[in-house]
Design a protein around this ligand. Structure first.
Ligand SMILES: C[S@@+](CC[C@H](N)C(=O)[O-])C[C@H]1O[C@@H](n2cnc3c(N)ncnc32)[C@H](O)[C@@H]1O
Length: 161
């Protein structure tokens, strides 16, 4: 099975992710960049309250959410725009991790109300939206707009203290 795209830009398309997750085994998982074991100290420092309401952006089939859940973070909502992936993750976790939620949703257009979450985590998702040809220091307007929308949404649904 070849899950690598023909070009880097395909990482920025929903079709690529749907096809990739459809090809991978139902129980497949892959953690981009770092696993929970490698960043758990940082996460626990930044999120001292295990009951915090956490939104995981572009969760993929990473084990980050399940390992955080098993470590006591029971209030995690996962979103990803791949319908194929969300269906797989719902089935995989519904029995053993019933409090964890999975929603097909775009990080640029989040349907949760203002002030819903305490914490938002993006590991590799904005990176996927930035995979374009050319000068990364002078990105196309579309990339600037996508990233701005993601951050504007986060500012809206994160609680202000
Ligand atoms: C590089 S993977 C990272 C997966 C996971 N967060 C990890 O750390 O392993 C990017 C994920 O973001 C999702 N994604 C990309 N753009 C998205 C968007 N605009 N809205 C929601 N999900 C998106 C993809 O479907 C894919 O699952």
């Amino acid at each position: 099975m070849n899950t690598l795209p023909e070009s880097n830009e395909q990482y920025g398309t929903k079709d690529y992710w749907n096809q990739r997750y459809a090809q991978e085994s139902e129980n497949g998982s892959f953690d981009w960049f770092k696993s929970y074991g490698e960043i758990s100290d940082i996460i626990q420092d930044l999120i001292p309250d295990r009951s915090s309401k956490i939104l995981m952006l572009g969760c993929g089939n990473s084990k980050l959410s399940e390992e955080m859940y098993d470590d006591g973070f029971r209030n995690i909502v996962n979103i990803d725009y791949s319908a194929v992936l969300i269906e797989q993750m719902q089935q995989r976790h519904s029995r053993d991790r019933p409090d964890m939620q999975w929603h097909e949703m775009d990080v640029r257009d989040v349907t949760f109300a203002d002030d819903t979450f305490d914490v938002v985590i993006d590991k590799g998702t904005m990176d996927a939206m930035m995979t374009v040809k050319g000068d990364i220091w002078n990105p196309p307007q579309r990339v600037i707009d996508d990233c701005t929308r993601e951050v504007r949404e986060a500012i809206r649904y994160i609680s202000r203290y």
